[in-house]
Design a protein around this ligand. Structure first.
Ligand SMILES: NC(=O)c1ccc[n+]([C@@H]2O[C@H](COP(=O)([O-])OP(=O)(O)OC[C@H]3O[C@@H](n4cnc5c(N)ncnc54)[C@H](O)[C@@H]3O)[C@@H](O)[C@H]2O)c1
Length: 247
């Protein structure tokens, strides 16, 4: 691995994909700044040996603190995310603002302010979603639109930073076994008046490989995109969906 001595900022590091990614980069030798709203989650032994920062990324003050602590980081992973489920016609403007503040505004702001001082050879990975490409779950429509915005942000900053040798890519995970996935299943069951088991079966039937993935699998993909092995890749949106989408 080539990440030894390098510094990495990982948001959403208290749980799920962000935590698995922080652990993977730490194991690979990076000096990791683990960022999350969830202070108790950051204090877990899972993140032992990492610097931690508890902030609300939906606020400018929170993001200012991350930018200051990041310095000239070599790697940035925007994994923090917010999902809210409702029948599509019930979403309010406030729902859009709340979801976009974390999933879009924070991703843009950290790409812009950390990316502009990132040394040549640095890399950013933004965690989008399969829903950016396939918004078939109507109850997550606002979230899906925010994740499509993440793909556009990724491509724009890929162009902006390419002349400086800084790469920007996105991953589009499908069904990952995390607390967010549990929330989606429970909430969909409630809204549709069916059992969580039924929802889980219906969702799994859309996955050709017939299983969900452990967050470590996504961390592995992110680590690859951050590494020099992906030195010729920028502006990409890589699906990790068990074959659910192939475009
Ligand atoms: N789990 C899946 O199946 C799946 C699929 C596609 C995309 N994703 C995306 O992967 C990323 C990680 O999701 P996950 O499944 O690990 O979910 P998770 O809920 O386990 O983790 C998300 C983390 O983001 C943090 N967070 C939320 N709002 C924040 C804020 N305002 N400030 C700081 N931190 C905040 C939470 O505290 C939490 O620790 C998200 O962007 C999510 O949209 C997940």
């Amino acid at each position: 691995m080539t990440k030894s001595q390098k510094t990495a900022v990982v948001t959403g590091a208290a749980s799920g994909i962000g935590r698995a990614t922080a652990q993977r980069l730490h194991r690979d030798g990076a000096d990791v700044l683990a960022v999350d709203l969830n202070e108790a989650g950051l204090a877990s032994d899972d993140l032992a040996g990492m610097r931690t920062l508890a902030v609300d990324l939906s606020t400018e003050a929170g993001r200012d603190a991350v930018v200051e602590a990041a310095g000239a980081a070599d790697m940035l992973v925007n994994a923090a995310g917010l999902i809210r489920l409702k029948p599509i016609l019930d979403f309010t403007v406030q729902d859009i603002r709340d979801i976009y503040a974390v999933n879009v505004e924070a991703v843009w702001d950290l790409c812009s302010r950390i990316g502009r001082v990132m040394p040549s050879g640095g890399a950013i990975v933004n965690v989008s979603s399969v829903s950016a490409k396939l918004p078939s779950t109507q109850e997550t429509a606002v979230y899906a639109s925010s994740k499509t915005a993440v793909l556009s942000i990724t491509k724009s900053f890929a162009y902006a930073f390419a002349p400086r040798g800084v790469r920007v890519n996105a991953v589009c995970p499908g069904i990952m076994d995390t607390p967010m996935q549990d929330l989606v299943i429970a909430k969909l069951a409630e809204i549709r008046g069916v059992t969580p088991e039924h929802i889980a079966d219906v969702r799994m039937a859309t996955v050709p490989l017939g299983r969900g993935a452990h967050p470590d699998e996504c961390a592995g993909l992110i680590a690859f995109l951050l590494s020099d092995e992906a030195a010729y890749m920028t502006g990409q949106a890589i699906n990790q969906t068990g074959g659910m989408v192939n475009w």
